[in-house]
Design a binder for this molecule. Structure first.
Ligand code: LLP
Length: 432
């Protein structure tokens, strides 16, 4: 059961009424359910029958320290995509031997820091990167642990901006070029190449796409083993999708329970079908499926407005706070924090205050007539919400709140205007 629900007419996160949080924290703010994060992590961990994969939570989905720490305490590893995320994972107490480093463009400083930190593996995305890591490791007199990221040329059937496994994408190494790189790596003394990884995209709702990628990867593994290579680890990336809304009934929040056991069991069975015979370690890098449905964005209606034939609700959260609708045309449910009966039976757009027409969260055929100053909640924003926010329009980054049963706490303070204004430098030659 979802931990975000109405108690009577009032939206609550676990046992806390959202309006009680809003009495203490100014809007807009993100709010997460701790129990939802714990449940999602445990659900994914629990679907495997024949092996226990290393779950490396993908920090890019939400890198708030309290959330990463929660997952560290549950035994999670980390998938990091930058030195910042690596530092955050270490700070949260994730042991280096549970940290994998992904990404097409690792810089020299990032590679050095990861080698010094003795991370579990680099997921390498090109021959050039393999050579570069090899040369740095040789200089430092260490051996870098490596898996190669395979580009399997599979359609993830997701938004094109978050699809990463097609031949045309910048990610991974074309599958047909992998065997030659395994041969070559025998002569690279700075690297130990012992595995493969794949990540075909994000927000994947169709397990058939995973199946195609796993099938291709399995055939490649067989070929490499036949060629005499030892494959010790297979990292299957992330990508499991969540639901962002129920288009038929805004107040039915049961979609927040997705991915449900049925779809996760199916995902797990595909992995077991392909890889349980190989006897190597399986690694997964879920991000969204762990934190996505745990989070809501609370905002206040600033103005109700009609312009010729268009009706708007202008709220105090904008595309700088939550970028997914503007970037990926994502449609996240929006609901009143306090239920009301009045409905506007007119097409209506819920928009933010940022000076761009793209600053639009959702357009609906009808919507609750939520009055000025009342609160709304945008749902399923725990992943790729706060971490993708920006200072555009010189708006401060907003607060984040974590709820645990009947308690809540700030887990990130809202940026102050001093934070915003004090980083610019006026050169002396500009004049006073
Ligand atoms: N592993 C790698 C190598 C990745 O690139 C990603 C996400 C993940 C794991 C985690 O994927 P997940 O389980 O969260 O789908 N900002 C976009 C999503 C970008 C995903 C980037 N890579 C969005 O808001 O939809």
């Amino acid at each position: 059961m979802s931990h975000i629900n109405y108690k009577g007419n009032h939206l609550s996160v676990e046992e806390v009424l959202v309006s009680d949080i809003a009495d203490k924290v100014s809007t807009p703010f993100y709010c997460y359910s701790l129990q939802s994060i714990i449940d999602s992590y445990s659900k994914i961990k629990g679907v495997f029958k024949n092996f226990s994969p290393l779950i490396c939570y993908s920090l890019k989905a939400n890198s708030n320290l309290a959330i990463v720490k929660t997952l560290a305490n549950l035994g999670s590893g980390a998938d990091v995509g930058s030195e910042g995320e690596l530092r955050k994972a270490l700070k949260a107490g994730i042991p280096p031997n549970k940290i994998v480093f992904s990404g097409v463009g690792k810089s020299i400083n990032e590679i050095l820091y990861a080698l010094e930190s003795e991370i579990y593996q680099f997921n390498v995305e090109s021959e050039a990167e393999l050579n570069f890591i090899n040369s740095i490791a040789l200089e430092k007199n260490v051996k870098a642990p490596i898996t190669l990221r395979v580009n399997p040329d599979v359609d993830a059937n997701t938004h094109q901006k978050i699809s990463t496994g097609k031949a045309k994408d910048k990610f991974g190494i074309a599958i047909q070029n992998i065997p030659a790189l395994f041969e070559k790596s025998k002569n690279l003394n700075g690297v130990e190449l012992f595995g493969l990884n794949v990540h075909i995209g994000s927000q994947i709702m169709d397990n058939n796409s995973f199946n195609q990628a796993f099938e291709k990867l399995f055939k490649l593994v067989e070929l490499l083993i036949n060629n005499g290579h030892s494959i010790k680890r297979i990292d299957l990336g992330g990508g499991i999708g969540i639901k962002n809304r129920n288009p038929n009934n805004l107040l039915d929040l049961s979609f927040l329970d997705y991915p449900d056991s049925k779809s996760l069991d199916h995902y797990g069975s595909l992995i077991e079908k392909h890889f349980s015979s190989i006897g190597c370690q399986i690694i997964l890098e879920p991000g969204r499926a762990i934190v996505g449905t745990s989070g809501i964005l609370i905002s206040k209606v600033l103005y109700n407005k009609v312009n010729s034939d268009r009706v708007f609700k202008v709220i105090d959260a904008g595309m700088n706070d939550f970028a997914r609708p503007a970037l990926y045309d994502a449609q996240h449910s929006i609901i009143p924090v306090k239920k009301i009966d009045q409905i506007i039976k007119n097409k209506i757009s819920i928009v933010g205050p940022v000076c761009e027409s793209g600053d639009e969260f959702l357009t609906l055929k009808e919507f609750f007539d939520i009055p000025q100053d009342e609160l709304i909640a945008v749902l399923s924003v725990g992943a790729y919400g706060a971490c993708m926010s920006s200072n555009y329009n010189l708006r401060p980054l907003i607060s984040e709140v974590l709820v645990n049963k009947n308690k809540f706490s700030l887990i990130r303070e809202r940026q102050t205007y001093e934070d915003l204004l004090n980083r610019d430098i006026i050169p002396s030659w500009i004049g006073s």
